[in-house]
Write a protein that binds this ligand. Structure first.
Ligand SMILES: [Zn+2]
Length: 74
C-alpha cells in the first residue's frame, strides 16, 4: 500500500500527525488517548505495519466528536 493512501485512511479515522522522530511520525487519535508510530519515510508501507496500526485504530474507542465531552467517564 502507498504510504500516502494509508495516511489518508488515518486522517479519515480522525487521527492526526504529531511529532516526527526519524522516519516515524507519531499519529494521535481523536481523543488524544492513543498514539501510534507510523514509518512514513518510505513510499510504500508494509502489510505488517498496516495491520498493527489498524489494530491501534480499532483499539481506540475515543469519539471523533470533541463537543461531546460532558459525559466523559474517565
Ligand atoms: Zn483513542
Amino acid at each position: 500500500m502507498k504510504t500516502r493512501d494509508f495516511l489518508r485512511v488515518l486522517r479519515a479515522a480522525g487521527w492526526s500527525p504529531g511529532k516526527t522522530v526519524g522516519s516515524h511520525t507519531k499519529w494521535r487519535c481523536p481523543g488524544d488517548n492513543h498514539s501510534v508510530p507510523v514509518p512514513d519515510g518510505h513510499r510504500m508501507i508494509s502489510p505488517g505495519v498496516i495491520r498493527s496500526v489498524a489494530a491501534k485504530i480499532d483499539d481506540c474507542d475515543c469519539t471523533t466528536d470533541t463537543k461531546d465531552e460532558k459525559g466523559a467517564s474517565k
